[in-house]
Design a protein around this ligand. Structure first.
Ligand code: HEC
Ligand code: HEC
Ligand code: HEC
Ligand code: HEC
Length: 237
């Protein structure tokens, strides 16, 4: 009997250590729409409202997909874990080589995008879908080292090189690859044949609501917004 209990506790613990990330709940269709896509790579959502303060333009490419969910609805998102470009690590820019030594493969059209740092596919086991294993967020410096190597004490982590997770090479399969490995494919060259049809609201598919036990809908309270966002919100009205 005791053995059985130990076994149960063990399977429970190891099960939770391998807990699925929240993008599993989107079940592919949260991000891709086989028939009613709004943007390239049959993306289902697209942020057509938010202005990137670093570029003065609406989000482009993958950034527009991620921010189609990860922004407040007022700013073209779906209110899911909103991040604000006003207070975010730069994205949407062409890197200044003195500030960051970004491996070419991590850029998209020469631009730093969300997917330069994250691989959002459910197969990515890393903390916060980062491209580099940070041991559950306890070694974030190893991740920052990818692009800011001069700032990182490699001895502290005992790590000399980074391995990059990618899900984009079906021939090699999902996994971690060295930066010079030809199998490291961050972006495939599938033709982007879908041109955005224009500004129309995101419809929230039922698929989103299958994320188990996660309170991912945020009802933003405008009173609690940071002042710069409050100003933006008032301009919209
Ligand atoms: C959180 C959003 C998200 C989810 C969920 C998601 N994808 Fe993707 N998918 C993306 C993004 C972003 C890209 C484009 C990446 C790029 O081009 O850098 C992409 C690209 C793809 C591609 C094109 C690859 C290529 O080489 O051009 C395929 C195929 C794909 N996804 C399949 C899937 C399948 C199957 C699932 C479900 C298991 C899934 N995706 C779930 C965001 C998502
Ligand atoms: C269709 C909506 C949708 C899109 C598009 C989407 N996400 Fe998410 N994302 C979610 C949901 C839902 C969660 C879980 C939120 C929560 O836990 O409150 C999430 C969580 C996350 C997390 C936190 C993961 C964790 O383990 O805590 C990261 C990082 C993330 N998303 C990155 C991205 C990136 C990068 C993109 C674009 C490539 C993207 N997401 C596109 C819906 C989306
Ligand atoms: C320079 C690398 C980098 C870029 C570019 C980047 N992120 Fe992140 N992101 C991180 C790191 C590191 C974390 C984990 C630390 C944290 O949660 O703040 C994170 C966490 C997140 C989370 C989870 C926040 C939470 O509260 O759990 C979301 C959602 C997210 N990113 C979305 C995005 C989106 C959308 C973009 C593009 C507009 C983006 N990221 C671009 C590095 C990046
Ligand atoms: C994929 C590459 C990449 C990764 C990984 C990365 N950065 Fe950056 N970082 C950049 C780029 C590109 C810039 C902007 C350079 C420019 O302004 O042209 C930047 C800029 C910065 C800046 C200056 C911000 C400003 O407002 O001027 C800081 C600070 C920074 N990064 C810290 C970090 C930290 C901390 C991490 C790890 C959590 C990290 N970066 C991970 C590419 C990256």
């Amino acid at each position: 009997m005791r053995k059985v209990i130990f076994f149960l506790i063990f399977t429970f613990l190891s099960g939770s250590a391998l807990a699925a990330g929240p993008h599993e709940g989107l079940d592919c269709l949260g991000c891709h729409d086989p028939h009613y896509a709004k943007a390239q790579k049959i993306f289902k959502v697209k942020n057509d409202k938010y202005i990137n303060p670093r570029t003065g333009k609406k989000p482009q490419d993958i950034n527009a997909l991620c921010l189609g969910c990860h922004n407040l609805t007022e700013f073209g998102g779906a209110g899911i874990k909103p991040i604000y470009l006003h207070m975010t690590h730069p994205v949407g820019i062409k890197p200044n080589p003195k500030i960051a030594k970004v491996p070419e493969k991590l850029l998209r059209k020469g631009i730093l995008q969300c997917v330069s740092c994250h691989d959002p596919h459910p197969s990515n086991p890393n903390w916060k879908y980062l491209r580099v294993d940070t041991k559950g967020g306890s070694q974030v410096g190893v991740f920052c080292m990818t692009c800011h190597p001069a700032k990182v004490d490699t001895k502290f982590y005992g790590v000399q090189t980074v391995k990059i997770f990618t899900s984009m090479n079906e021939e090699a399969g999902k996994g971690e690859f060295a930066l010079d490995d030809p199998n490291l494919v961050i972006f495939n060259i599938t033709p982007e044949y879908i041109k955005p049809l224009g500004d129309f609201p995101n419809s929230i598919a039922p698929a989103y609501t299958t994320v188990p036990n996660l309170p991912w809908i945020y009802s933003p309270n405008p009173q609690n917004l940071p002042p710069e966002l409050k100003k933006l919100l008032n301009q919209k009205k």
